[in-house]
Design a protein around this ligand. Structure first.
Ligand code: SAM
Length: 235
């Protein structure tokens, strides 16, 4: 049975180009994953189709209302007996990383909620007890781009999602190191040459060179990852 990914959003149309292209599209075509987009506004109950309101206590912006989100979550969750891992996209959440993507890729069903405006009424977090995920220390206008980042990172890890041509084994973060430099044709370009070892045909030497490069790059560019790698805790 394909993994089911529900996305609750005010802008479902933003997802179509991303989920309908490249690896996310192929994974769905191969039956590994199924995407279900739900418009939160469909659960508004007043004539204006309101999903947000002014914050109690004053302040700028609008806050997404708890009843609409609860109704949307409960409606969508009832459609499938598998319990959904609930995720709210939020700049206040835990930093999303490769390890979290690997954990989420093992779930049968996930449900992502993308916020907008000033964010969510706190009772959405209190009552639904979702995992809160941030894709970085900056503030986006909405959770849609963040949800797409999370979905893409998860879906490419589903067994069979990547063809042999785009395997994930040596990829950055997979084992705590960033990737080695890559080259393709031509062998010489504007005076810059492909390292001889890659043309040697000696697989042992190539593997050795790549590992050295990965270590060197990680040390230079990501001392935080390098320290963790050295202390043996991987990513
Ligand atoms: N007022 C909120 C705060 O200071 O925490 C920010 C709200 S932001 C303008 C609107 C929505 O965008 C959030 O509810 C969240 O869903 C999404 N968002 C913004 N930045 C994000 C980030 N770095 N990671 C994940 N989601 C983010």
């Amino acid at each position: 049975m394909p993994m089911r990914i529900d996305i609750l959003t005010l802008f479902p149309e933003m997802f179509e180009p991303i989920l309908g292209t490249s690896i996310p599209k192929r994974a769905a075509q191969k039956g590994l994953v199924e995407y279900r987009l739900t418009n939160i506004r469909d659960f508004a109950t007043d004539a204006h189709k309101s999903v947000d309101d002014k914050p109690f206590g004053g302040g700028p912006g609008m806050v997404m209302m708890a009843p609409v989100i609860f109704d949307a979550v409960e409606f969508v969750e009832k459609q499938d007996p598998r319990p959904a891992k609930r995720i709210v996209l939020s700049p206040q959440g835990k930093a999303f990383d490769q390890r979290t993507a690997e954990e989420l890729a093992k779930q049968d069903r996930i449900l992502l909620i993308a916020g907008h405006y000033e964010g969510f009424d706190e009772r959405i977090i209190e009552g639904l007890e979702p995992m809160e995920l941030s894709i970085g220390d900056y503030v986006l206008s909405g959770g849609e781009l963040a949800a797409m980042v999370v979905v893409d990172a998860i879906v490419r890890l589903l067994p069979g999602a990547l063809g042999a041509e785009d395997g994930a084994a040596d990829e950055t973060f997979t084992d705590g190191l960033i990737e080695h430099p890559q080259y393709t044709r031509p062998r010489e370009f504007r005076g810059m040459n492909v390292p001889d070892v890659l043309l040697s045909g000696n697989h042992k030497l190539i593997a050795q060179w790549r590992l050295e490069q990965r270590k060197k790059r990680t040390q230079e560019r990501r001392p935080d990852l390098w320290n963790r790698y050295q202390s043996g805790s991987g990513t």
